[in-house]
Write a protein that binds this ligand. Structure first.
Ligand code: SF4
Length: 392
């Protein structure tokens, strides 16, 4: 099997002067991009990637970290609703839904777990929906006038862009029909190849900031790049929302960091009034398909050490820093090095909690209302299908 290349379609699209060209860059791409230029992980900044994409001909460069923050707002709210057992809320444990490799595994091999999946689209899915449905109309452009290119660490993201909720989900009056939310997905390797083809040396460029209004992000968002990061980011927000504004005693959750196959922790969320024992949330983190299958088996058999309320699953070892579209490396410690840069970027961030992102707050004020609103559901949530009978 080989990945489906979309590089030459993107090269053609970049020459089309009639359309607006937009790129959005995933959290883990920024820690691996330097390897495309023969440098160790973390030597090229997001700002240099933005500058390089502008030189390639993209009119706007957004940051998928923005939609990672948005994912946390929606997913954290969904988790709290399930914990409260609100009417219509899905069952526990809730599983994360941002990894298409994991979603494919559930739909094909564990369809009985579909109700347990968060209904949130991935950050890529949310970004595409916002670009075509919110940002393009503000620019007074039809969605068909915009080409959106998602830069990802992941070959499975190419398939995700073809899911019904993403492909043909947005109506264009110009062509009187549907258009995709994400037109193309390029891997870190593909975009690295394009930079080299165009002789754009990222390490030598001056950094530029991603464009507004989909470019601002927090340290929580960059954590999506490493195993355990989605969980850590979600808890920073869910804890504060559920406890009436109290902060997690410690921002970094060392129990769920690192490359151990299965990690777990317990978080006690105090009651908003400070009275009573509060709620204990049991969280689990797993990465790699074999480890995931083994954990699901233990959960099914009732292993007391494998009973959780919220589980993060990433199909690749290490999470997206080890994605199938990342740079190939001979360094045995490459995952540890990329992971260290993810944590470093979070630590250096001025804002480290998704709900503190001012651009996210503005988006809710102007467009979405509140997390979990009808508008949020229409744009940012998805559904799943039992594909266990499917042969291809
Ligand atoms: S863990 Fe792997 S399959 Fe899942 S989103 Fe990240 S790169 Fe893609």
């Amino acid at each position: 099997m080989r990945e489906r290349h979309e590089l030459f379609q993107v090269i053609d699209a970049l020459e089309d002067q009639s359309r607006v060209k937009v790129a959005a860059v995933a959290p883990s791409v920024r820690v691996a991009m330097s390897e495309e230029f023969g440098l160790p992980p973390g030597r090229v900044s997001m700002g240099q990637i933005v500058a390089g994409l502008k030189l390639l001909g993209f009119d706007y460069v957004f940051d998928t970290n923005f939609s990672a923050d948005l994912t946390i707002m929606e997913e954290g709210t969904e988790l709290l609703s399930r914990l409260r057992k609100d009417p219509g809320a899905g069952p526990l444990p809730m599983f994360t839904s941002c990894c298409p490799g994991w979603i494919n595994l559930v739909e094909k091999n564990y369809p009985e777990l579909i109700p347990h999946l968060s209904s949130c689209k991935s950050p890529q899915g949310m970004m595409g929906a916002l670009i075509k449905n919110v940002w393009a109309p503000r620019l007074e452009r039809d969605p068909a006038d915009v080409v959106s290119v998602s830069v990802m660490p992941c070959t499975a993201k190419k398939g995700e862009a073809h899911r019904p909720a993403d492909r043909g989900a947005t109506y264009s009056s110009k062509i009187d029909g549907p258009v995709p939310n994400n037109d193309y997905v390029l891997t870190t390797r593909e975009i690295g190849r394009l930079f080299r083809l165009r002789k754009i040396a990222l390490p030598a460029l001056d950094a530029q900031v991603p464009d507004d209004p989909l470019g601002e992000s927090t340290g929580a968002a960059v954590l999506f790049g490493a195993t355990g990061g989605v969980m850590e980011a979600a808890l920073r927000t869910a804890y504060e929302l559920a406890s009436g504004g109290q902060e997690l005693p410690k921002m970094e959750m060392s129990d769920i960091r690192g490359l151990q196959g299965v990690k777990s922790s317990r978080v006690c969320i105090p009651n908003p009034d400070g009275k009573g024992p509060g709620a204990v949330v049991r969280v689990g983190v797993v990465h790699g398909t074999a480890e995931t299958r083994a954990l699901l088996e233990r959960m099914k058999l009732g292993d007391p050490a494998a009973q959780f309320d919220f589980v993060e699953v990433m199909a690749c070892r290490g999470g997206c820093i080890g994605g199938g579209g990342q740079s190939k490396s001979d360094d045995a410690l490459v995952l540890q090095k990329r992971m260290a840069h993810v944590y470093n970027l979070d630590e250096k961030s001025a804002l480290r909690k998704s709900h503190d992102n001012p651009s996210i707050q503005k988006l809710y004020e102007s467009e979405l209302g509140r997390p979990g609103s009808a508008r949020s559901h229409a744009l940012l949530h998805t559904h799943y299908a039992d594909r266990s009978e499917q042969t291809t």
